[in-house]
Design a binder for this molecule. Structure first.
Ligand code: ATP
Length: 248
């Protein structure tokens, strides 16, 4: 479980997060949604340890990330998997070498243990046929799958995905969303996904948090989001004027 309490962050006097709190639970795929520049990525970075918040606490199963010593932070970091925007694959490494990278860096597993683990993860994301391909030789959707395989290779308790659908067509996006959700269920991971894709919200949004100008204005699910009585959320959800008119 991840709990974060009153997270605040400003850059050069400009407030980006005004005090955001929330809870993410194991087995849930929790979405953080909101328009551009509303603080989603900064919040994610505060959670995963890339930006230190000015105020507030982030608790990983009761371990206070920012107020613990480096050993605790290191341990928590080892329990995280991150799927970065764009996949962030190494262009000069094969698919298998990309997935294996965290095992090389962070474990003392034997060669055969590493190879087995890589194959388990690549098979799970449907890419066991592509182990020796280079990133330049595979599609955008496949790159995301490689990114997911790499993010789960260390068997994470917590999985963070920053815009997993960026650059993908709607159908491929839904497949990636479903894969993230299935893996979350299967391994009981606490998963947090940043998105501004309404298709994702409607498909996998069982837990949704809406950020607006650095504040959480709404929390709910895909069954209630269309009826929510929050003006800023309605504007985000029904971004198209045409759609707004059709809904009335
Ligand atoms: N390191 C930084 N230094 C200064 N300002 C920053 C920094 N990181 C983010 N910001 C600012 O904080 C605000 C929120 O940025 P953030 O990246 O969290 O937005 P976002 O909601 O993720 O948007 P998008 O959907 O476009 O990625 C923006 O105005 C951004 O310019």
């Amino acid at each position: 479980m991840i709990q974060f309490i009153d997270i605040q962050k400003s850059f050069e006097g400009r407030m980006v997060l005004g005090g955001v709190s929330g809870t993410f639970k194991p087995g849930d795929t929790s979405l953080i949604i909101g328009g551009s520049g509303t603080g989603k990525s900064v919040l994610l970075k505060c959670l995963i340890g890339l930006i230190r918040p000015d105020n507030g606490q982030v608790l990983y199963n009761d371990r206070d990330f920012w107020n613990s010593d480096e050993e605790v932070r290191k341990q928590v970091r080892r329990e995280m998997g991150v799927l970065f925007q764009g996949g962030a694959l190494f262009d000069s490494k094969t698919v298998a070498q990309n997935v294996r990278f965290p095992l090389d860096m962070l474990t003392d597993m034997s060669e055969s243990e590493k190879n087995d683990r890589v194959m388990v993860c690549l098979t799970r994301v449907g890419l066991d046929h592509a182990v020796n391909r280079m990133p330049s030789e595979i599609s955008g959707g496949m790159k995301k799958r490689v990114g997911i395989a790499r993010a789960i290779v260390m068997n994470p308790k917590y999985l963070f995905c920053d815009e997993p659908n960026s650059g993908l067509d709607p159908l491929t996006s839904i497949k990636i969303d479903e894969l993230i959700k299935e893996i979350t269920d299967e391994y009981n991971i606490t998963t947090v996904v940043i998105t501004h894709d309404m298709n994702s919200v409607l498909e996998i949004g069982e837990k949704v948090m809406f950020l607006y100008k650095g504040y959480k204005l709404w929390e709910g699910d895909n069954n209630t989001i269309l009826q929510a009585d929050v003006k800023e959320l309605n504007e985000f959800v029904f971004a198209s004027k045409r759609l707004r008119e059709m809904g009335r």
